[in-house]
Design a protein around this ligand. Sequence first.
Ligand code: APR
Length: 239
Amino acid sequence: MNKEIAEKLLSAKKVVFVTGAGISQESGIPTFRGKDGLWRNYDAMKLATIDAFYDNPKLVWEWYNERRQNIFSSKPNPGHKAIAELENFLNVVVLTQNIDGLHQKAGSSKVLELHGSIVKIKCTVCDFKDEIFTEFTEFPPLCNCGNILRPDVVWFGEGLPQNVWQEAIIHANNCDVMIIAGTSLVVSPANTLPIYAKQNNAILIEVNPDETIMSSDMDFSLRSTSATALPELVSIFKK
Ligand code: APR
């Protein structure tokens, strides 16, 4: 493990993780833009936009149900577990773009889901919201008010809930190390979080087997999978 990274982590007052689909790849959940990524096999614009939903709610719900089945059968991997274990040594906050809930399942206690959650649903009309941990059998599911329910996730073209985004910026502005793991950093506004952190003199550490469009902005890049690199970061505290 790089000595400089170890020193930065050992003296860190607050570490913020920004994670994406790559951190769940080793739990068997496909990424979006990788070679076997979801957007390689499905048209994102036909499944992950509000227009697509109203155009064909049944198709979108069937796709989300398929993702629910995969996610509900997935388990946290050593990468998720390492982030949770770091809480024993550091003040850790996780800002995740993932909707799979695996950070929470691994034991992370401070997780902000920027793009919502696969278990959360909400009515398209009234203010009904709920969390459903089973698969759906009728598509699209209906609210008691008679209107259709939708996944409570952020689709392309939708903004993040204002309170969620404001909280994310506060964390990004107030950390001394930001670890960006498993994300291509192509989707905004999540991809601006490293810029906020850097503007506040945080050290940026990227964990990704591949280069990203922001690799040149990073102070350190660990060209490795998260399930390999993140447990190594935790081992620094166990010497
Ligand atoms: N460990 C770490 N990183 C990995 C691994 C792994 N095992 N496998 C793949 N990666 C990296 C890829 O190199 C890529 O840079 O994870 C990244 C995954 O990028 P994307 O598939 O674009 O996923 P993400 O960045 O989370 O997408 C952001 O886009 O489709 C929307 O809302 C969706 O939240 C998602 C957002």
